[in-house]
Design a protein around this ligand. Sequence first.
Ligand code: RFL
Ligand code: PHB
Length: 389
Amino acid sequence: MKTKVAIVGAGPAGLLLGHRLRAEGIDVVVVERASADYVLGRIRAGVLEKTTVDLVEQVGLDARLKSEGLLHAGFNLSDGDRLIRIDLQDLVGQQVTVYGQTELTRDLMDAAPERGLEIHYEASDVAIHDHHTDRPYVTFVSAEGREERIDAEFVCGCDGFHGVSRKAMAAAGRSYERVYPFGWLGILSDVPPCNEELIYSNHANGFALASMRSTTRSRYYIQVPVTEDINDWPDERLWDELALRLGPGAAANMQRGPAIEKSIAPLRSFVFEPMREGRLLLVGDSAHIVPPTGAKGLNLAASDVHYASTALIAYFRKGDSDAVDEYSRKALARVWKSERFSWSLTNLMHRFPEDSAFEREMQRAELDYIASSRAAQTTIAENYVGLPL
Ligand code: RFL
Ligand code: PHB
């Protein structure tokens, strides 16, 4: 096969990038290790920044997002007793959209055939070759067991944290990492949300989050030790713990139902630099991970897509490679700011096993300060809605 851009990974980063390039008439081939059903079965992000929504609009695939997504003008921090509302609309004049990553992925996947976006699912042994030259290529074994080769001008590594792309350039780069001593146990259930807006709660037993996918589907999380066994959390125990950690107001409105999905995700902050080497560009989780506390992971993948697609479009339209050369620097500037926000919100809202009463008082004082200061709330709001591109 011969194409302009070979994309490794068909998560949100790979699909969005593919659509963006196809919209400019640039040929793209995507290879994905998993099956389409497996990709759709992963329950992940729920909150989209306006910059992400704009990108989906730019490729003309925002119809369902616009009709089914929920616009949220604020969200809440809780210290277990009271809610501190961060009024996004009033503080920074913007809102966020609550729309599941699964739904967004489905929209992008469904539109692929009509847009000429070729995707090879269930590809194994995916490998990237010669990205230091101007004739890079990708090899893989197809779902039917055939050995395939894609000759391209660029390769984009959109294959997430565990993919092959970062490893292909690992010798030249540097990683920065913080692994947290806890994870999030999440539950998805077809019950109405306990509150109209999200609640991030710092409780003596640990963090809890009340989120949603729609007015009839709720998504909740609690902080658990990384060593936790999910079998120790039957639904009733999890609902009891959520009611306790989210506080009496939320608990009074919380409806319980069977879990459609339940899983534990570890928390990590991670950045790999640089995000480009020769003709290989890293996009999304392949280059960076944030803890989910700030709802930034998918949104960062989308901002990388913006920078990468702008650079590649300039290259294919005008033969101008300056933007490709600048890609890593531009993308990383925004990545590091989102890393900082996600890390600081994680520190503020979670219980760390090593923390003493002093650190607990520091969290309490900071929440008190946020409750009383419009300046502090504005800082949180402008990061939460997403910094400018
Ligand atoms: P993905 O989604 O991991 O997709 C990578 C794709 O690459 C494939 N792949 C390969 N393909 C070919 N060859 C190989 N060798 C391959 N290796 C892997 C994989 O099968 C997969 O399909 O990365 P991408 O596209 O960069 O997207 C990133 C987002 O998925 C991620 O950042 C977010 O889900 C993070 N996240 C959140 N982000 C937000 O913006 N807002 C949120 O509210 C939010 N909540 C969350 C989250 C992540 C969570 N978990 C489980 C990690 C909540 C949770 C619980
Ligand atoms: C979610 O709904 O899955 C979600 C919402 C907000 C976050 C993280 C996850 O910060």
